[in-house]
Structures are given as C-alpha cells and as structure tokens.
Design a protein around this ligand. Structure first.
Ligand code: NAG
Ligand code: NAG
Length: 358
C-alpha cells in the first residue's frame, strides 16, 4: 500500500519539479514556448491532483448524504489550484448576485425603506407559486437548472471549476456508469446519466435524467456546441438540442453562461498560454415551464442568439471588471495587457467567495 503510494507520488513530485524548472526558465529566457509548456504541465498536474481529491471527497460526501456536492467541491479545488499554479481564472459576473448584494448593501445601511423589494422577481412565464427570487448565489443559484456554456478550448475545465454551483453535475452516457473508478466517482458525485441506448424516441433518452434532476433537485452543465470551437473571434458552433430537450423535459430553466473569447490566454495552435482573467457572464435564467418537445428548436435558437450577442459584447470589453474596475471606469488608469510570460500576472480581485454549502 505504502509502496503503491510512493510509486504514484514519485512521478508526480518529479513532474512538479520539472514544472517549477520550466517556469523558472520561462521567466529567465522570456520564452513564450517555455511558458506555454510550464502552464500546460501545471494545469495537467493540478487536474490530476484535484481528480484524486474529487474521488475521495465525493465518496465521503456521498456517505454523509451530500453526494450532490461532490463535483462542486472538486471544481472549486481546481479553481484555486489553477489560480495559484497558472495564474488563470474565469472572472464570473452574475447580475442576479449583484442585485442581491446591492439590496443587502442598502438594507445594511438602512436605506431599504419600507416594503420588501424582490430581486429578480418571478421568472417570465413561471407558473403560479413558482416565484423565483435570486438569492446570494444569483442566477448561478438557480436549482435545478440546465446550465449551458460556450466551449472554446481544453481550458474550459477551468470555466467549469469557476462557475460550477453546488448540486450541479455534468452529464454522461449511461454506459460509463459501470466503469471502474470513473463510473464510481460519477455515481458517488451524482452525475446525471443520459440513456443513449434508449432509442425508443429521442425524448425517452432524457426521461431518466429529467426525473433524476427533479427528484434530487440536481442541476446539470452542458456544452451545447458539443465540441471545442477554438474560437479566435466571438462565435458559436451550431447547438445540439440535447441540453434543451433535457430542460424542457424536466421543466427547469436554462441558464446560459458566456465566456469571452480568450485566445490571448490560451491558443493551442500558436502555443500561447498566458496568465490572466477571462470575463464570464451568467445570463438571466430562461424558464421552460409549459414548453413541449416542439418548442425545443426555437428555445435552442433563442438561447444561442442571446449567448452570441453577449459574446460580442464581452469581446468589446475584454478586461475583467470586478469591484476594482468600477473605480477604473472613473478615470483611473486601466490595467495593461499582461503579456509577460514568467510573471504571476495581475489577477483581478476574487469575487466574494461563499464556500459554505447552503
Ligand atoms: C426507454 O425509456 C422508456 C421511457 O422512459 C422506458 O419505458 C423503457 O423501458 C426504456 N427502454 C430501455 C431499453 O431502457
Ligand atoms: C475576440 O474577438 C474580437 C472580435 O473579433 C477580437 O477583436 C479580439 O482580438 C478577440 N480576442 C481574443 C483574445 O481572441
């Protein structure tokens, strides 16, 4: 047992040393290629370490009855590790959360006056009694929901790490459920399985998944493009319909998440991997209450249009603007593009972190 542990830890330690060496060389030589290699290796090592953590955490959480938090805690572990080892982060902007924070702020200063002010209000078209007030987690707190995002590169694992809400999971083919380790991890962390084998109808394939989402109030995240776009401009590939079928079938909202085009941070073709922050916006949840399978194509098209519009808007203002940039907008100097390779890179201040499960 001890020997087995040593056998796995030794290569890891060796690769970590190599990674540190690459970073040092990249800084000394100012080499873009070495920086690319160093950050790439750091990301892979971080992913391996966090996956190991994720397996243990998911099993422990499952035993304690919180299996739905397994993927969330794994995701956050990767977010913080990557921030530390590669200096890269998706900086999440969530209007729902901002509205909540502003309301709390007013309330704290005693200016809220009389009357309860609802943030977000009822989802358009939500049925009676289905009023949704976006809480401190904002739009990302919608639960259950189908979250959809644009898929650009391998770095989108980190996008997931930065936005993943509690009680959310990825989806997977049902056949993977029975794989050793991977399948066990996914089961422990409550992955939503899609029964691709069930060809009775396209709709039947999502039955089990939709039912699981409703029963366990479990959200899912899906990249509807289905594959990486490697975009260097704000663009989206055509959307596959699965995510929207699932949302309609489960009658849960679709929550779009849009990351700005980031080929200045990672560009596999040009061997570029720089530190920095990537603006990422969470859009207002789109309810699907009352929709049927016939509405799915229109829904997919609508969501794609909304996301594309946001993507274009984001690329026009690519600098992440957290709390800090509100001051910047008032005339202070803007943070320059950091294209140095070795340096840690100036990261925007982290959004207020709420690690406590609700
Ligand atoms: C396919 O899905 C339908 C509806 O959920 C279910 O009744 C049927 O048993 C499934 N078939 C298989 C082969 O799993
Ligand atoms: C994003 O797209 C815009 C518009 O095409 C382009 O000007 C910009 O350089 C792109 N940014 C990155 C980092 O790819």
């Amino acid at each position: 047992m001890l020997r087995a542990l040593l056998w796995t830890l030794t290569p890891f330690a060796f690769l970590s040393l190599l990674c540190a060496l690459l970073y040092a060389l990249a800084a000394l030589a100012g080499s873009r290629l070495l920086g690319f290699a160093a950050r790439g290796l750091a990301s892979a090592l971080a992913l391996t370490a966090c996956a190991c953590y994720g397996v243990v955490a998911s099993v422990v959480l499952r035993v304690l009855g919180y299996g739905g938090l397994g993927q969330w805690t794994t995701a956050r572990a990767y977010k913080w590790t990557m921030r530390w080892v590669a200096g890269v982060e998706f900086v999440v902007e969530d209007e729902g959360k901002r509205a909540w924070e502003e309301r709390e702020d007013r309330r704290r200063r005693g200016r809220s006056g009389e009357g309860e002010e609802k943030v977000g209000g009822r989802l358009d078209g939500a049925a009676e009694g289905e009023e949704v007030v976006y809480g401190r987690r904002g739009y990302l707190g919608t639960r259950p929901a189908v979250f959809v995002g644009n898929h650009q590169t391998e770095l989108d694992v980190l996008l997931l790490a930065c936005i993943f809400p509690p009680y959310c999971s990825v989806t997977s083919k049902k056949s993977l459920k029975y794989w050793p380790f991977l399948g066990w991890f996914m089961t422990a962390s409550k992955t939503v399985f899609i029964d691709r084998a069930n060809r009775t109808s396209a709709v039947a394939a999502f039955d089990g998944a939709a039912e699981q989402m409703r029963r366990e109030r479990q959200s899912v995240f899906i990249f509807p493009e289905g594959t990486r776009s490697y975009a260097e401009t704000p663009m989206l590939l055509p959307f596959k319909k699965g995510a929207f079928h699932l949302a309609v079938q489960a009658q849960v909202p679709v929550v779009p998440v849009v990351a700005a085009n980031y080929s200045h941070i990672l560009n596999m073709k040009k061997r570029v991997f720089n530190p920095g922050g990537i603006r990422t916006k969470v859009l207002r949840p789109i309810p699907t209450t009352g929709m049927t399978a016939a509405d799915v194509p229109a829904l997919a098209e609508r969501v794609r249009d909304l996301m594309l519009r946001e993507l274009v808007a984001l690329s026009a203002h690519p600098e992440p603007n957290g709390a800090a940039s509100k001051k910047e907008e008032k005339g202070e100097e803007e943070e320059g593009e950091d294209d140095s390779v070795g340096g840690g890179g100036a990261l925007p201040p982290p959004p207020p972190q709420q690690q406590q499960p609700r």
